[in-house]
Design a protein around this ligand. Sequence first.
Ligand code: C2E
Ligand code: CA
Ligand code: CA
Ligand code: CA
Length: 275
Amino acid sequence: AKAEQLGGYRFFEQTMSDELNDRRQIEHDLRHAADRGELYMVYQPQAAVASSAIVGFEALVRWRRPGHGQMSPAIFIPLAEECGAILPIGEWVLRAVCKEAAGWPNPLSVAVNVSPVQLHTPNFVALVHTVLLETGLSPRRLEIEITETALVRDFARTLATLRQLKALGVRIAMDDFGTGYSSLSNLRAFPFDKIKIDRSFVSAVDTNQQAAAIVRSVLGLGRGLGLPVMAEGVETQAELLFLQSEACDGAQGYFLGRPGPIDQFAHLTRANLHA
Ligand code: C2E
Ligand code: CA
Ligand code: CA
Ligand code: CA
């Protein structure tokens, strides 16, 4: 029994150190993912609920890591945040997305996810400004999505940063509203232009009364505050019909379109040649 225990212990230790090595390797690879050309963007359409017209896209990053399969950004973004690799990744994303969107017909907007770590770097606003000038994208067409985790530290500095972004003309959306650190006071304290209701509520509106009640009250909140509300994670027609009947402003989700390479949406993003 003792030997077995010992063996078990060794095995455990081995697994632990393998995992640490893997993680170190992943973090190393993440730091170089941008310069090695391993990142690319996919885009998911965002629709106006009333007309079903596509009004913009959310940009979502993908990582093609040589020798490995796809890893979800839900996994590698947190790792990149912990090791600092999110800064080169975030900068690459911002440039790639603004460059791409600058070629779209004028009213189409683009939403970029910005990590709290990135938002809190001192030169973030300057970077956004530079990239807008470099790419010629109108600031009005750029929306920055931040989650409430970005708001929990250093209130004064965060507020200053968001105000500077607004001064550039960029819009700011609160992402994943209703989860995590959600606090109504954040909606009042910070200059948001949009609320995105988390998909965990949206996907359940047709089957779960609590979820429906929560979505209705977020819509009421948006109306009261004068903020448009976008529902994410719309997967079925029933969910979309609910949002229509409740006069939700925007919708995004598999039912309206899965994230994909921008070429897939060429019919929407190719500028009219005569324009
Ligand atoms: P998010 O910002 O909430 O992005 C929406 C996620 O929901 C995306 O997952 C999208 O593919 C997925 N989704 C869209 N519609 C549906 C639907 O109808 N049903 C379901 N079940 N899922 C849907 P993805 O692309 O895997 O991204 C996961 C998260 O990784 C994002 O969540 C965001 O937090 C982060 N992320 C992705 N791209 C970036 C980026 O460029 N920068 C940063 N900082 N974070 C990113
Ligand atoms: Ca988002
Ligand atoms: Ca979200
Ligand atoms: Ca559902």
